[in-house]
Design a protein. Structure first.
Length: 122
């Protein structure tokens, strides 16, 4: 597995962690301490804010998980990939998008630029 693929794997592990202790650990493994995350609905920085954002997403979409769609595309310290937010019960995917992440030298994510392609009610 390439360093880019490993970073994306850790990224999804963090976004799919639901229990507080697991989430904090997964965020620390996936993101640098000062990592920034920006999408059309959020702009946060740092582990504490990332944990809060991911927790809020799980509260809004209980029983859903993030899944990568397709393969990652990467060069240098950049990786882009597509994803869907999928219901574990019926397989529906009301939210989809793509993210571009910038990696730090240690392989963790230091910045995320997220784009939403599909959102409920849009």
């Amino acid at each position: 597995m390439s360093a880019h693929d490993e970073a994306v794997r850790r990224y999804f592990t963090a976004w799919n962690a639901e229990h507080t202790d697991d989430l904090a650990k997964a965020v620390a493994e996936a993101f640098t301490e000062d990592a920034g995350y920006t999408d059309p609905l959020a702009a946060v920085q740092g582990h504490e804010a990332l944990v809060a954002l991911i927790s809020a997403t799980h509260r809004q979409f209980p029983g859903f998980e993030f899944r990568q769609t397709g393969t990652s595309d990467a060069h240098h310290d950049l990786v882009r990939f597509t994803w869907e937010l999928v219901s574990r019960t019926d397989g529906s995917a009301p939210v989809a998008g793509f993210d571009v992440v910038t990696l730090a030298p240690d392989g963790r994510v230091r910045a995320v630029s997220g784009f939403l392609d599909r959102v409920p009610g849009a």
